[in-house]
Design a protein around this ligand. Structure first.
Ligand SMILES: Nc1ncnc2c1ncn2[C@@H]1O[C@H](COP(=O)(O)OP(=O)(O)OP(=O)(O)O)[C@@H](O)[C@H]1O
Ligand SMILES: O=P(O)(O)OC[C@H]1O[C@H](OP(=O)(O)OP(=O)(O)O)[C@H](O)[C@@H]1O
Length: 206
């Protein structure tokens, strides 16, 4: 049996279709279906639905053999897992954004609001720029508007949220997409089953 942790929400919708196409039927989770575990004995697969930011923890600790997580989560939490495939879905990028016309005053510590504390710190450390990180859990775009921060480090997909809040991307930090990840011990001991799954999913990731 292979245990797979899948992300709920926007990414999950795309992922479950991918597994279905690969021949591993997988029901989506929604308001009508709150069952968090689904087992397909014939296919030898058990899916768990978890919060996107928790997938890597399930996989790292072996509660799941495989999982799907955004590269943002892997960069932020650096879990000790194998990255097997770039699934080429959930594509977006991590960017620095600020109020339109913002100019960085390098004499002052830069206030950076973000969900991604480590990514932000690494980015500015490489530039030797002093920052004060303000950790938020959502609606990050509000921070510069309310003068809680000078800039934000956040995910940009279509750019709509920035635009509708009169912000603009100042710089791209890194492109993001979803990755198939594996627990290190599972990869060793369930190698053939895991390779089988990868082989069937790979043609869908151009
Ligand atoms: N517009 C977007 N906003 C956020 N994440 C996106 C977007 N587009 C693609 N992604 C990818 O989808 C993943 C899941 O995003 P989603 O917004 O569903 O999770 P979340 O609600 O932020 O997760 P959590 O509740 O665990 O913090 C992200 O980790 C990222 O890799
Ligand atoms: O470029 P866009 O297509 O507008 O997408 C980017 C927005 O989506 C994400 O927010 P999310 O919807 O996850 O909300 P939250 O972070 O405020 O909870 C992200 O944090 C941005 O705010």
């Amino acid at each position: 049996m292979i245990n797979i942790a899948l992300p709920k929400g926007r990414l999950g919708e795309k992922v479950y279709k991918m597994f279905e196409k690969a021949g591993y039927p997988c029901p989506s989770i929604d308001d009508n279906n709150r069952k968090l575990i689904f087992e397909n004995k014939e296919a030898g697969i058990r899916y768990f639905w978890v919060k996107p930011s928790d997938v890597a923890i399930y996989v790292e600790r072996g509660a799941a053999d495989l999982g799907v997580a955004g590269k943002d989560i892997l960069l932020e939490y650096t879990p000790d897992v194998y990255e097997l495939l770039d699934l080429n879905i959930g594509k977006c990028h991590m960017a620095v954004a600020a109020k339109t016309g913002f100019r960085d005053n390098t004499n002052k510590t830069l206030r950076v609001a973000t969900k991604f504390k480590n990514i932000a710190q690494d980015f500015y450390r490489r530039r030797s720029r002093d920052i004060d990180v303000i950790k938020l859990n959502g609606s990050i775009e509000l921070a510069p508007i309310l003068n809680l921060s000078d800039v934000i480090v956040d995910i940009v997909e279509t750019g709509t949220t920035l635009k509708e809040n009169n912000l603009e991307a100042v710089e791209t930090i890194i492109p993001i997409s979803a990755r198939l990840i594996a627990n290190k011990a599972s990869f060793k001991f369930k190698c053939s089953q895991i390779e089988n799954i990868c082989r069937k999913i790979k043609p869908q990731c151009p």
